[in-house]
Write a new protein. Structure first.
Ligand code: PAF
Length: 280
């Protein structure tokens, strides 16, 4: 496995290889969820490139950026064990050199509601800008993302289509621990009590799924059920939203695929999770 620290080195390595390229962008602190993305890429692509870059531009809270786990040695070991060919791990100066003055910005409800509203406008600008740079650096055939970050995926699909970037976005199902909690690099910050409390999030999603399956289509009624489950565990969510999975416009009835998205703080840790109702 080769570790490239500059775009020039990454391109030099990729020039020597033939066949398809699969890109798995990460911010490191890898867990089983990342491993499932790497396995999907490994199955499909001749060359698997994984990136590790904790992108300062997408953090709204300096304390969140400072607290973000950095575990490069363990990340490289996991990447090697999953058969990654190339790791691109640049420093901030390589991605944002002096004089950097360009932002890729998706406008409208897709980027400005839910995570965009809670984390601030700059969050998805930061994601869109860095993912554009990573796609241009590696020029992959496929890029792999997890369904847990549903709004990030929708934003990425939007700018990839709008800018005509020649890549297929592959979305892999949310990876969950055996108790149902969505895997996240932030989970290690949860105390055992908080972790138990956090299970109310997947439970609320299941409650909504079961209620929708039993014929309840009104999303206000479904939201009330989710809120009751969360609040019974002492969780006061930032949002429980029912939206179109592509545009993120609010949906009032489950008549076609609807994304149910939850964001909540458990202790000091902010968690997100989602499910899709009505097929998709
Ligand atoms: O999902 C993430 O880990 C990040 O948002 C990404 C896509 C690697 C961009 O920094």
């Amino acid at each position: 496995m080769i570790v490239a620290r500059t775009v020039a080195d990454l391109r030099a390595v990729l020039r020597e290889r033939s066949g398809s390229i699969g890109l798995v962008p990460t911010m490191g602190a890898l867990h089983e969820g990342h491993a499932t993305l790497l396995r999907s890429a490994r199955k499909t692509d001749d060359t698997v490139v994984m990136t590790i870059f904790v992108n300062p531009a997408q953090f709204n809270e300096p304390s969140d950026l400072a607290a973000y786990p950095r575990t490069e040695e363990a990340d490289l070991a996991l990447a090697a064990s999953e058969g990654v060919d190339v790791v691109f791990a640049p420093d901030a100066g390589e991605v944002y050199p002096a004089g950097f003055a360009t932002t890729v910005s998706v406008t409208g409800p897709l980027a400005e509601t839910l995570e965009g509203a809670e984390r601030g406008r700059a969050h998805f600008d930061g994601v869109a800008t860095v993912v554009t740079k990573l796609l241009l650096a590696a020029l992959p055939d496929h890029a792999y993302f997890g369904a847990k970050d549903a709004q990030q995926v929708a934003v990425i699909r939007r700018f990839v289509a709008d800018l005509g970037i020649p890549v297929t976005i592959v979305v892999c199902p949310t990876s969950r621990d055996t108790d149902g909690l969505a895997r996240s690099s932030r989970n290690i910050r949860l105390s055992p009590e908080e972790r138990a409390q956090a299970l109310a999030i997947p439970h609320a999603l299941q409650e909504v799924t079961d209620a929708a399956a039993s014929g309840i289509a009104d999303t206000e009624a479904l939201r009330a059920r989710a809120l009751a489950t969360l609040e019974a565990s002492g969780i006061h969510p930032e949002y429980v939203a029912f939206v179109d999975p592509i545009t993120f416009a609010p949906v009032t009835a489950v008549a076609r695929p609807v994304l149910v998205a939850i964001a909540a703080r458990v202790g000091r840790t902010r968690l997100i999770d989602n499910t899709v109702l009505g097929g998709a």
